[in-house]
Write a protein that binds this ligand. Structure first.
Ligand code: PGA
Length: 260
């Protein structure tokens, strides 16, 4: 795993570089899209690069990580709507090429299986953008999630619902109890994982993820099993890392020829 301890500019550029790399290899690259605050600088940087003509996502495809169950069509906090605001509206991707699990399906298990198939049919995810929850979740895979899990229904923890209440007028009761999320096994199938985290409230989860045991108690620790992971964090999120000096040294000596 490559760990970049940086500032705001790293948080924006490393993720955008990874997407640009994938698009250079294949203009119809498949991008895995996370919601939440962490990926927004990456999406804004992609917006800048599209506007300056440096890259185009015209042929790219996108798959969202997760979705709430039961939020009505048109609800502004449906993750499909959030991704449209935070990402699709900013870049030149075809909205018809961006997919999300169907949290309104009558048959949720069938919708999850269909989503897995859609990802497979697209050839798999080239670059998956990820955030991390304060409890170590990725996507909506809460602690205790099977490390081999696929897209399925999950019950959100009270902690996650409280963290997300800020998007629901501060009212935790408005936050859905259930979600659909790509599984940890689904996420690990992506060819390159780029995880972003900022702030002291993420420091413990980041330490568990990078330097703790691989355990379902910290779903993000499964990234240790993946051969191509880039973790981009700020100083506050890096505060608990034992090997911070080594990560900095590695970055300072990163070979020029080596991409992300
Ligand atoms: P955040 O959420 O990027 O808004 O901090 C991350 C997560 O909960 O997965």
């Amino acid at each position: 795993m490559e760990v970049v301890i940086g500032d705001g500019s790293h948080l924006a550029t490393v993720g955008a570089d990874a997407v640009e790399q994938a698009l250079a290899a294949r203009p119809d690259a498949v991008i895995g899209l996370a919601t939440g605050g962490s990926p927004v600088p990456v999406y804004d940087e992609l917006d800048r690069r599209v506007r300056t003509g440096r890259l185009s996502l015209r042929e790219a495809r996108g798959f969202c990580l997760d979705e709430y169950v039961g939020l009505p069509a048109g609800h502004p906090q449906r993750y499909r709507a959030v991704v449209e605001r935070d990402f699709v509206a900013k870049v030149d991707i075809d909205p018809g090429n961006v997919h999300a699990p169907d949290g309104l399906a009558d048959d949720l298990p069938a919708a999850c299986a269909a989503y897995e198939q859609q990802i497979r049919d697209a050839g798999g995810v080239d670059v998956q953008i990820l955030g991390i929850g304060a409890d170590g979740h990725i996507g909506f895979n809460e602690p205790g999630s099977s490390l081999g899990s696929r897209t399925r229904i999950k019950t959100l923890t009270r902690r996650t619902r409280e963290d997300n209440a800020r998007f629901f007028d501060g009212d935790v009761d408005q936050v859905p109890v259930h979600c659909l999320t790509q599984g940890i096994g689904t996420i690990l199938d992506a060819r390159h994982l780029v995880l972003l985290a900022t702030g002291a409230e993420k420091a413990q989860a980041v330490q568990w993820m990078l330097e703790g045991p691989v355990t379902a108690m910290c779903p993000a620790s499964a990234l240790q099993l993946h051969p191509h992971v880039t973790v981009v964090i700020d100083e506050a999120a890096a505060a608990g890392l034992r090997l911070a000096g080594y990560y900095r040294d590695t970055l300072a000596h990163k070979p020029e020829w080596q991409g992300w």
